[in-house]
Design a protein. Sequence first.
Lengths: 116, 113
Amino acid sequence: GAGVSQSPRYKVAKRGQDVALRCDPISGHVSLFWYQQALGQGPEFLTYFQNEAQLDKSGLPSDRFFAERPEGSVSTLKIQRTQQEDSAVYLCASSPWSRQGADGYTFGSGTRLTVV
Amino acid sequence: QQQVKQSPQSLIVQKGGISIINCAYENTAFDYFPWYQQFPGKGPALLIAIRPDVSEKKEGRFTISFNKSAKQFSLHIMDSQPGDSATYFCAVGSGRRGNMLTFGGGTRLMVKP
């Protein structure tokens, strides 16, 4: 597709439920990022992949958060035992470059997760 | 620790006016300074970016001014239009951490017709 595709667009989870959020990056993009955006705030970095390798996961808030990109394209962000503080928009971005600063850093529209 | 401070939080400008949003950062290791525009229900979209080897960059109605010694940069939107009404985020990045970006808190801009 022409852009970064994320699914589902909206997810309502009961507290304690596990959720999986999917990101389809732009075809051929090497780098993939996950960000968390709380209401009224700027996005905050969660994790970064270069192809299938997870190079940086320093932003994952707890061991309940897990991300994978097994074949270097589609990525899944999994949150186990969801808590109310996990409610946010989860943004995925991809970039064609492995070096910093590429103008091709494209965000998807995000998945809005609401934990009730 | 808030690495990127953005101001103001909200801004109202008349159509045709100049919108100015400011950003300050702390870590001198940053070497990439983009501005993103975000509409409700959409992801952020890159507007314009600058590197520290230049003090100003202009693209159409959008200009970044960069002051390396003060560790500040700003976005100027000339001839602001109602369609510019959105939330704007500054960000900083460093090649030493891949393409990871640290964002400011955002500025909600409203341009009145």
